[in-house]
Design a protein around this ligand. Structure first.
Ligand code: PHB
Length: 395
């Protein structure tokens, strides 16, 4: 079936459900069966800690509901995607066509997520993205069956571009790994920064997941920009922040970035990260009861501190709960499930959010500053920021 005709059918079914006010009951074979969730995440490599927090926090949200979704027990099928883009589609297809999961969940790396989005389009499988910011997932390649509980790469980046221009900085160097997330993050920063009078002096890239930063740091030192904006995450972010400090650059050239640069990494970054300012849809010290409750529960279950990835995993669990409770566990009732997800208001540790028409969170982006082991909340950098969803035909 073509995407177009499948969409038309889904829309038609949804419209009927809305018009008649009820969803056809499906008390057939599947009803007593268990819900199968396919978790495709990096369980190894530079993003392993991110995948682990998403996994454990997602399970926590469901455990808090007695371990059930819509009254049905849950089976978790996990697959390590190794943050390896060429194998993304094949691995996603194994979960959808082989294991026949009810919902495909993943992943962290935008390049791997592209393969998952393709499989979602080809098969109509329900996909929830708990991290990867790939803009096309809720942009040019958006779809009725594709949802994201995290962010688009544009969102925190755009907010930092505004903050940086507001500081009066004029000349920036942007640096990242050479793949979708890095390029999109640098693009979002550049969009806001140049609109407010700044100039991007140079874009520096190295292949993912390389950490040979030295030649690039030498180049930064010779360019002497007013500010450096960097997208790195996980193990790579730890090394970049340490190398930047070891090169003596922070004294003269402030380093900023999306919050991934310092989230879940502070213990390992130590003194090198102190004082760094970043923007993200989460922060330490938000002073929300929901956040305090979540952090206590996560820390007691996982025996480590929560971070933005844990929040995103937890909210993916919360979205599953909202949707599958809404359809009484009938994961086959796709139009009704999609409608429930579209209407859901997620009571997130980051603050409440809803999804845009293109299925991406509309959320506050916070400015944070590292103090000790905290990415301490400073202010709201941009309120209720929605991704522009460029090219999304559904919106
Ligand atoms: C991405 O590939 O989109 C990505 C990876 C890690 C992050 C954020 C975004 O922390």
């Amino acid at each position: 079936m073509t995407n177009h005709s499948r969409r038309t059918i889904l829309r038609g079914l949804a419209a009927t459900a809305v018009a008649t006010g009820f969803v056809l009951p499906r008390v057939s074979i599947g009803q007593a069966a268990r819900i199968k969730l396919g978790l495709m995440l990096p369980y190894s490599g530079t993003y392993a800690a991110l995948g682990r927090n998403i996994d454990e926090a997602l399970r926590l949200a469901i455990a808090q509901q007695g371990g059930k979704l819509g009254g049905r027990e849950v089976d978790y099928i996990t697959l390590d995607d190794e943050s390896d883009p060429p194998k993304g589609a094949e691995r996603a297809s194994k979960l959808v066509n082989g294991d026949q999961v009810d919902v495909l969940i993943g992943t962290v790396h935008s390049g791997v997520a592209a393969g998952m989005v393709k499989v979602a389009h080809d098969t109509g499988a329900l996909l929830i993205i708990p991290n990867a910011g790939l803009e096309a997932a809720t942009g040019a390649l958006c779809g009725p069956n594709i949802f994201r509980t995290s962010f688009s790469n544009w969102q925190p980046a755009y907010a930092m571009g505004k903050v940086a221009a507001g500081r009066g900085w004029k000349r920036a160097v942007v640096i990242s790994w050479d793949y979708a997330a890095g390029k999109e993050s640098n693009g979002g920063f550049a969009e806001a920064f140049t609109a407010d009078g700044g100039k991007i002096e140079k874009e520096l890239y190295l292949p993912f997941p390389n950490v040979e930063f030295q030649p690039l740091l030498t180049e930064i030192a010779s360019i002497k920009p007013d500010v450096v904006y960097a997208f790195f995450a996980g193990g790579g972010a730890v090394k970049f922040v340490r190398d930047y400090a070891a090169a003596g650059l922070p004294k003269t050239i402030p380093l900023v970035g999306p919050g991934f640069l310092t989230d879940g990494t502070l213990q390992a970054q130590g003194d090198a990260a102190q004082g760094l300012e970043t923007t993200l849809h989460y922060a330490d010290g938000l002073d929300l009861p929901r956040d305090k409750e979540f952090r206590a529960a996560f820390e007691s279950a996982a025996k480590r501190d929560a971070d933005v990835y844990a929040v995103q995993g937890y909210d993916t669990g919360q979205l599953l709960v909202a949707g599958l409770n809404g359809v009484k566990g009938d994961a086959g009732a796709k139009p009704a499930l999609i409608e429930a997800w579209e209407k859901a208001e997620i009571d997130s540790p980051r603050g409440k959010f809803t999804l845009s028409k293109s299925h991406n969170p509309v959320q506050d982006i916070y400015l944070r500053k590292v103090a000790g082991l905290d990415n301490k909340y400073v202010s709201v950098a941009v309120k209720a920021l929605a991704d522009p969803a460029r090219g999304c035909k559904m919106a």
